[in-house]
Design a protein around this ligand. Structure first.
Ligand code: NAP
Length: 330
């Protein structure tokens, strides 16, 4: 089966790309910055909005694309910091309705240093702070910042939104593009979509959920929008180490009775965004249900193997998503 032969594949809009190169960044202004997790969480995640009016980015980005940020200063080798890409969390008309303010979802990277090479101090384990994420979370409203982009052309909504139904699957900050897409579908100035929209969100704890109030409100307002959360480190009635929650692929499997008619139709599109490896369980479930054909292409090396036995490496090498399955995992 070739990628182009899939029934129901979407016609995508022509996305503008690289209008602003990172070597000659444009100047945007931070206009909003707030913590967008649900409760008191160890993870610090901010919703950040940047005014890009007057730059080539204005009005030229689509929900699902990303953009670049160049932190000021120099790296350990004395070179200027490299561009970092962030998913756009706004609909295509931005936060302002006119495409002049784009937003993103930034998690502060805070990790213990891990030696990368034999030359590194093997005993070192000091706190390491990600440069760009902490820069973006630290700066105040009114600060100028260097931006580039847009980037990406495939992880976008189809031209005819009502011709498809949607299954969005996120882990962590992979929710960013889906905030934009869900708003684009449900709060469209031309009226809300009549399509079925399912959003599956995976988080370690309930307190880590991002934009949770927004999605719950939208679910009440729009009967065709369905919001499902998978919490990996909480389990009702259990505490401590015995507490095993649910990964988002398990929720996907649990929802099969509801999702099968959608997945089996010619209308459904699957979008997956977040941690690398999250697609493994999803592909296995699709295959186990015999629903995989429109969404993934199996190379001969894996076609004869029982899907339950597929491992990450085999999936990476021998499975390709079709045009009805958009995958953005890092
Ligand atoms: P996080 O808060 O740690 O949440 C990730 C959730 O996924 C946790 O509940 C985790 O469970 C669970 N999980 C771990 N392995 C999984 C697997 N194999 N299948 C399903 N669920 C799994 O996430 P985060 O720190 O925000 O990280 C988000 C990731 O998304 C980052 O790697 C980021 O680079 C990426 N991202 C990509 C894009 C893009 O491609 N455009 C955009 C935004 C973010 P446990 O931790 O309990 O095991």
């Amino acid at each position: 089966m070739s990628e182009t032969s899939v029934v129901g594949e979407p016609a995508l809009p022509q996305a503008h790309m690289h209008l602003v190169p990172p070597t000659e960044p444009a100047i945007g202004t931070l206009v909003e910055s707030y913590i967008c997790t649900k409760g008191k969480s160890n993870a610090v995640v901010r919703h950040i909005s940047i005014d890009v009016s007057g730059t080539p980015l204005a009005g030229q980005f689509l929900a699902g694309q990303s953009f670049g940020v160049i932190a000021p200063g120099f790296d350990a080798f004395g070179k200027p910091h490299k561009v970092r890409l962030y998913s756009i969390a706004s609909p295509s008309w931005g936060e302002d309705g006119g495409g002049n303010v784009l937003s993103t979802t930034v998690k502060r990277v805070m990790e213990e240093f891990k030696p990368q090479t034999p030359k590194d101090d093997q005993e070192a384990h000091h706190l390491f702070l990600g440069v760009c994420s902490n820069y973006m979370c630290d700066i105040k409203v009114g600060s100028e910042m260097k931006v580039s982009g847009p980037n990406g052309k495939r992880f976008v909504l189809p031209i005819d939104a009502n011709a498809h139904d949607y299954i969005f699957i996120a882990t962590g900050t992979g929710i960013a593009p889906f905030r934009g897409m869900v708003l684009e579908l449900l709060k469209n100035p031309n009226g809300p979509t009549s399509s079925q929209v399912h959003l599956l969100m995976g988080s370690p704890y309930t307190t880590d959920l991002m934009y949770d109030d927004l999605f719950r409100r939208l679910e009440i307002e729009h009967p065709n929008f369905h919001y499902h959360v998978a919490i990996s480190r909480e389990s009702p009635g259990k505490v401590g180490l015995e507490c095993r929650g649910e990964y988002v692929d398990r929720s996907f499997g649990r929802l099969m009775p509801d999702l099968t008619p959608l997945l089996a139709s010619d209308r459904a599109l699957i979008y997956i965004c977040g941690l690398a490896g999250m697609q493994t369980g999803i592909f296995k479930i699709l295959a186990k249900q015999g629903l995989h054909q429109p969404y993934i292409t199996l190379k001969p090396e894996i076609a004869a193997i029982d899907p339950a036995q597929w491992n990450d490496e085999q999936i990476k090498r021998h499975i390709r998503p079709t045009r009805r399955c958009m995958l953005e995992v890092y």
